[in-house]
Ligand binder design. Structure first.
Ligand code: PMP
Ligand code: GLN
Length: 378
């Protein structure tokens, strides 16, 4: 068999979660909450099922849900999208990213990827015959060197992928970053793919800088989002993407032949739940409290860190504990200490990230306390 993705291994998220289960370890690796989604939302799904919404919904998503997405974006970022032509509900953000890349990247096209990067981007680019052009984020705060981005753009560049708030580092792009990106892309045909699955998880009174907020950028932007991340139900695998009609037309062609449409009762439930903006506006505070609890609990440990500014991940540097590499240390932590994390080097090309682990703090306070107790003993 000739593999289409010879260098691609089983996802680190599957590997670490399995290892955690096999060793009965506390699982702070794969990003999902260990607490329940809102009972109200579950009731809305049951209601939708009982009301007969059990057959195919429209391929681009339930219209009421697309309308609610439009209202949310208008409220938060001031941009008006058309629910009929510019929104598609997808099987998680994963499918949104896949369809967006597949719709536009052709053989030999270059796609700029900022490293560390989420694990699906590069394999998807390669499946379309595209060439990932990696640019390393810089320094302790993983900032973007926009001059480097500018010099990487050529006539072959088809797309650039950004992710804010950023997995795994917990950094965010500022308004200044977005304006620089807007300026760099003006006068080019480069498409912006903006992965914003953690848009509602942003801390310390910072504002999320969505690509939809910047009028010129939004004309070339495909924005991807995830209800699973937002509403504590990653297993429902529902998300969406937003793009100007000319781009969305092409995305929908791929969406139709990949999944056609996405589960119907969940879409009805989200449409109802989104009517109350507090359901998403309260999340930053909720997760900031968890971040603060976790950091406070480990403040006397030998780990060093910069506090996460968004997402539900915290990077911890362990060079004060051991000089082994992150993959070995992560494995030993599961097997010998009963705690699972994600080694950052798997997202990366940089040597420096061999001594950092990513911990997911979307966990009950009890779990965070048990985890911190172990981490403080190292
Ligand atoms: N992008 C990033 C940065 C992620 O962390 C994840 C994981 N949720 C996804 C995309 C995929 O999201 P979903 O679970 O909705 O497919
Ligand atoms: N996005 C999640 C994370 O970063 C995992 C999603 C997955 O398991 N594919 O942990």
């Amino acid at each position: 068999i000739i593999s289409k993705l010879p260098g691609t291994k089983t996802s680190i998220f599957s590997v670490m979660s399995k290892m955690a289960n096999d060793h009965n370890a506390i699982n702070l690796s794969q990003g999902f909450p260990n607490f329940e989604t809102d009972q109200k939302l579950k009731d809305l799904v049951t209601e939708a099922m009982n009301n007969g919404f059990n057959q195919y919904p429209p391929d681009s998503g339930v219209h009421e849900l697309r309308e609610q997405i439009v209202s949310k974006i208008k409220l938060l970022y001031g941009k008006s999208y058309d629910a009929n032509t510019e929104i598609t509900v997808t099987s998680g953000a994963t499918e949104a990213l896949y369809t967006a890349i597949t719709a536009f990247v052709n053989k030999g096209d270059e796609v700029i990827v900022l490293k560390p990067a989420y694990d699906t981007y590069e394999p998807t680019i390669k499946l379309s015959g595209g060439i990932p052009i990696q640019i390393q984020l810089k320094g302790e705060n993983y900032t973007v060197d926009w001059d480097e981005v500018r010099s990487a753009i050529s006539s072959k560049t088809r797309m650039i992928i950004i992710n804010t708030p950023h997995n795994p580092t917990g950094t965010i792009l500022s308004e200044k970053d977005m304006l620089q990106l807007q300026e760099i892309l003006s006068d080019t045909n480069v498409i912006l793919l903006s992965d914003e699955v953690y848009e509602h998880l942003i801390f310390d009174k910072e504002q999320h800088q969505s690509a939809s907020k910047f009028s010129e950028l939004s004309e070339r932007a495909i924005v991807c989002a995830s209800f699973g991340k937002t509403f504590h139900n990653t297993g429902w695998k529902t998300g969406y993407c937003v793009a100007p009609e000319k781009l969305m037309k092409e995305i929908r062609k791929i969406h139709e032949v990949t999944v056609f449409s996405v589960n119907h009762p969940m879409q009805r439930a989200y449409a109802e739940y989104l009517k109350n903006a507090d359901n998403y506006l309260k999340l930053s505070k909720f997760y900031q409290t968890k971040r603060d609890l976790f950091l406070n609990l480990i403040k006397d440990s030998k780990f060093t860190y910069t506090a996460s500014k968004g997402t539900y991940y915290q990077l911890l540097n362990f060079s004060g504990i051991t000089d082994e590499n992150d993959v070995n240390f992560a494995e030993r932590l599961v097997k010998e200490y009963g705690i699972a994390s994600i080694p950052v080097s798997v997202f990366n090309i940089n040597e420096k990230d061999n001594s950092q682990l990513r911990f997911c703090f979307a966990k009950t306070d009890d779990t965070l306390e048990m985890a911190a107790e172990i981490l403080c003993k190292l």
